[in-house]
Design a protein. Structure first.
Length: 426
């Protein structure tokens, strides 16, 4: 109770209720017919500063997201209802719905409105690709998260690190690597042709298929980490018992106990063998994440300017980078922003995770919704809203504003890394 953990008390017998009553009377608490009410009041008596501590722990995250995420979105929504100015900007005291009308209609030569379905088609394709990518990401991410959750503690830490390392590489660089892989004559096209699996060019680049591949690649770690956070807290002895009782009719009875190296992980290892396809899917996920990075690193040593045409091993491009002051300055600024955003986001997320551990509290749904907002809103929309907000405040655009924007985006990503202090239950 003093640690804010959930208090689960049931009226199983008179002796249990009487013990709870004696403890409540010791702290001068009014008795209630509902044990959970007594538990809450008893927890407050044992730790009267629990709410204050929770509010202080949530304050940095809440204030940061309210000030630099919610307010910019509200400002942009308000500006969308204002009339556009002649030379850019808006007229602050003149309301207008022209921006929303132009979304569905366009003005003809006689100034009449005609339906324009271009935007609707773009939104339709976007939602279709997003839905398809979400399903594929879930089909790959869930088995991968399950595979990680069923491993030993040290192995889990290494695998989580491997899932996180692609974040260290800029998304633009990884996208360029996929372009090299998917282009006609690229590694994938050449490999399929050499194996006799393709008779001509694939023509995948600049197609919806390539966009879906990029979506799945970009958001696969986002799918794995939250699912792993939930699976890691499960007691796999209960899952093993459920299997033995026939809870899953699709699971086979096979269990390879000889592969178990540690007695404490026997139930988890047996469960892993019951989930068919988990290990191959996890291997596929890691190959999928690291193939573009490995290819890009190898091609960076190519002496030829054309990346896909290998003419020899060379360090020339690295030497040219070291001689370019602009690139060195950009690298320095990137490291400053990365380190600062990492420290701030990790600190804020850790405090928020400690505050949200244990019993649910009033306002937790709002906190969860606000934490998910940076991930739900498209990055380009967040960038435009942040820019409008910074300009409205009169802030000079520079490293500080970029650091703030990165911190806001990284807080939800850091939160799943702190599910609870201890490891897997049981």
């Amino acid at each position: 109770l003093a640690d804010g953990q959930p208090c689960r008390v049931r009226h199983t017998n008179d002796s249990g209720a009487s013990r709870l009553a004696r403890v409540a009377m010791r702290y001068g608490l009014p008795l209630s017919r509902e044990p959970s009410t007594v538990c809450r009041r008893l927890a407050m008596a044992l730790d009267p500063y629990r709410r204050t501590r929770r509010r202080l722990l949530l304050a940095p995250t809440t204030l940061t997201l309210l000030l630099f995420m919610v307010l910019p979105m509200l400002l942009m929504g308000w500006m969308s209802l204002l009339a556009p100015d002649t030379y850019g900007g808006v007229r602050w005291k003149e309301w207008s719905l022209d921006a929303y009308v132009q979304f569905l209609y366009e003005r003809d030569l006689d100034d009449s409105l005609t339906l324009n379905s271009d935007y609707l088609q773009i939104f339709g394709r976007s939602f279709l690709l997003a839905g398809f990518a979400t399903v594929v990401t879930l089909l790959i991410g869930f088995p991968t998260a399950l595979y990680i959750a069923l491993k030993e503690e040290k192995t889990r830490q290494r695998l989580i690190l491997l899932i996180s390392i692609p974040f260290w590489t800029n998304l633009l660089v990884r996208t360029y690597a996929w372009m090299l892989l998917l282009r006609n004559g690229g590694l994938i096209d050449s490999s399929l042709s050499a194996l006799g699996l393709s008779q001509g060019a694939l023509d995948v680049l600049y197609t919806p298929t390539a966009v879906a591949i990029g979506f799945v690649y970009s958001f696969l770690p986002f799918m794995v980490l939250p699912i792993y956070t939930s699976l890691e807290k499960m007691d796999w002895r209960l899952v093993e018992a459920a299997f033995d009782l026939g809870a899953n009719p699709l699971a086979g009875p096979q269990t390879d106990a000889s592969s178990v190296r540690r007695e404490n992980d026997m139930q988890a290892s047996n469960t892993l063998w019951r989930f068919r396809g988990v290990t191959p899917t996890a291997i596929l996920a890691f190959v999928y994440l690291y193939l573009p990075i490995v290819v890009l690193v190898v091609l960076s040593f190519n002496a030829n300017r054309i990346a896909t045409l290998w003419t020899g091993f060379s360090f020339d491009w690295y030497l040219k980078v070291m001689d370019n002051d602009n690139i060195l300055r950009a690298t320095k600024n990137s490291l400053i922003i990365a380190c600062g955003a990492t420290v701030l986001a990790t600190s804020f997320a850790t405090m928020a995770a400690l505050a949200m551990a244990g019993r649910r509290f009033r306002g937790q749904a709002f906190i969860n919704a606000m934490l998910g907002l940076p991930l739900l809103v498209p990055e380009i929309v967040t960038a435009v809203a942040s820019l409008l907000f910074f300009l409205a405040l009169g802030l000079d655009l520079g490293l500080m504003t970029v650091l703030i924007a990165h911190t806001v985006f990284c807080i939800p990503l850091c939160l799943p890394a702190h599910p609870r202090p201890a490891g897997r239950a049981g």
